[in-house]
Design a protein around this ligand. Structure first.
Ligand code: PMP
Length: 440
């Protein structure tokens, strides 16, 4: 077939395909933070498998772990049977979880997408509490299955589907730049916590006792919005008082991404349930839910699935976790993350259409706005069109970034955690030239 590969795939792939539309690359090779297309063009990858590739593309320790595991002759498909590879992975993960949590925690292998871990967390909480409703948050993203869409904030992907899970109550996520209460700083956090307390305590609120509260410690797809520490501590207190399991979805923000191994560690809180995927498999498909032992009231087989024992993913995940720990990657992430945040703040100072810069570590976002139009709260409105132009201008200059948030107006940065300072400088140069090109 002489049809160019990109065109052929576009014809054959579903209309639901997403990334290839705005990143129409034919990829051939990758190493570290770089990917190369079939024309030999090289790009810095600040999408990195949607935050999956903590150690970048084809990191030697990951490649070596995969090759070693393959060469060992271990069965590659084991359902969820025991193997030494699985044992080592679980041991490494439990050693890295906060010890107070790990000492009586349980793990369920899921299969193997992030959405499946979230489904498992919801089923687990419903089973343990005997209740069924769920508290979720504005702007949340938890996956694309029917259950996870039910607790995701964005109406777009669910509007065509009709009935989803019943009993989902959406609560406001604290969003400094676009506070749903029109407040700022500490007042905004106080109002938010006050509102949630009220909903759960006032018999007239119409809210039934929920099976769980679920949130992302740092919202990703929703536009890179970190939960303030004091708010998380408040939620921990409220859920504790009401006996509501607190599920933290760390699928995107976990495993070193924010400069802490788990993003919740910064707030000194311990959740009841943690969902993990993406980087936990070192770039290969793997997801798990880890939870307090007392919630383990599942019947045998209550959450089954064929692909829960991928030995290569466990081996890759194991070495990834150990590398992050051994090489002080969280420290590195804080340093280079601050540098990238500085680059984005430089753009904000220069271009009036950069409305907000936010995030933590190497999970950063820059919201593009239209400075000539304000919303009811007096903030400039989000400008998805200019964000798309900027994304394209970056791609043309060799930089892959993703968009997210309301109207797709937030440019998102999820580079490999091993990105160097020199590579951050390079990202900054490309961004600056791209920004100049979309000015005016
Ligand atoms: N939760 C969060 C926080 C995510 O960012 C994602 C994926 N972007 C998911 C869940 C779903 O993961 P998956 O795409 O592997 O189903």
């Amino acid at each position: 077939d002489s049809t160019p590969l990109l065109q052929r795939q576009t014809q054959r792939e579903s209309n639901a395909r997403s990334y290839p539309r705005r990143i129409p690359l034919e990829l051939k090779r990758a190493q570290g933070v770089y990917v190369e297309d079939s024309r030999g063009q090289v790009y810095i990858d600040c999408l990195a498998g949607a935050g999956t590739l903590a150690l970048g593309h084809n990191h030697p320790v990951v490649v070596e772990a995969i090759q070693r595991t393959l060469a060992s002759g271990i069965p590659l498909h084991t359902l969820d049977l025991s193997t030494p590879v699985k044992d080592a992975f679980v041991q490494t993960l439990f050693d890295l979880l906060p010890s107070e949590f790990a000492k009586d925690a349980r793990i369920q292998f899921c299969g193997p997408t992030g959405a499946d871990a979230v489904e498992a967390a919801l089923k687990l909480s419903r089973t343990a509490t005997g209740r069924h409703s769920v508290l979720a948050f504005h702007g949340a993203y938890h996956g694309m299955t029917l259950g996870t869409l039910s607790i995701s904030g964005n109406l777009g992907p669910k509007s065509a589907l009709g009935g989803l899970l019943s009993g989902v109550q959406f609560l406001p996520y604290p969003h400094e730049y676009r506070c749903p209460f029109g407040l700022s700083g500490e007042q905004s956090i106080d109002a938010n916590l006050h509102y949630i307390r009220h909903l759960l305590s006032d018999p007239e609120s119409g809210v039934t006792q929920p099976a769980a509260m679920i949130l992302e410690t740092v919202q990703g797809e929703g536009g890179v919005i970190p939960a303030p520490d004091r708010w998380l501590q408040g939620l921990r207190a409220i859920t504790g008082e009401h006996g509501i399991p607190l599920i933290l979805d760390e699928i995107q923000c976990g495993i070193g991404r924010t400069g802490d191994l788990f993003a919740f560690e910064r707030s000194s809180i311990t959740p009841d349930v943690i969902t993990l995927s993406k980087a936990i498999g070192g770039g290969l498909p793997l997801s798990v839910v880890v939870y307090r032992g007392e919630l383990d009231q599942w019947q045998p087989g209550a959450h089954a699935g064929t692909f829960r024992g991928n030995q290569l993913a466990m081996a890759a995940g194991d070495v990834t976790l150990r590398f992050i720990q051994r090489e002080g990657i969280t420290e590195h992430v804080r340093g280079v993350g601050a540098r990238l945040q500085g680059v984005l703040q430089g753009l904000q100072a220069e271009f009036d259409w950069v409305g907000d810069v936010r995030g933590r570590g190497l999970m950063l976002g820059m919201e593009i706005v239209d400075p000539s139009r304000n919303d009811a709260a007096g903030r400039p409105v989000a400008d998805g069109e200019r964000a798309r132009k900027l994304q394209r201008a970056c791609l043309e200059r060799g930089l892959i970034v993703e968009l997210g948030g309301r109207h797709g107006a937030t440019v998102r940065f999820l580079p490999p955690l091993i990105i160097s300072e020199a590579e951050i400088e390079h990202v900054g140069q490309i961004l600056y030239q791209a920004a100049q090109s979309v000015q005016g």
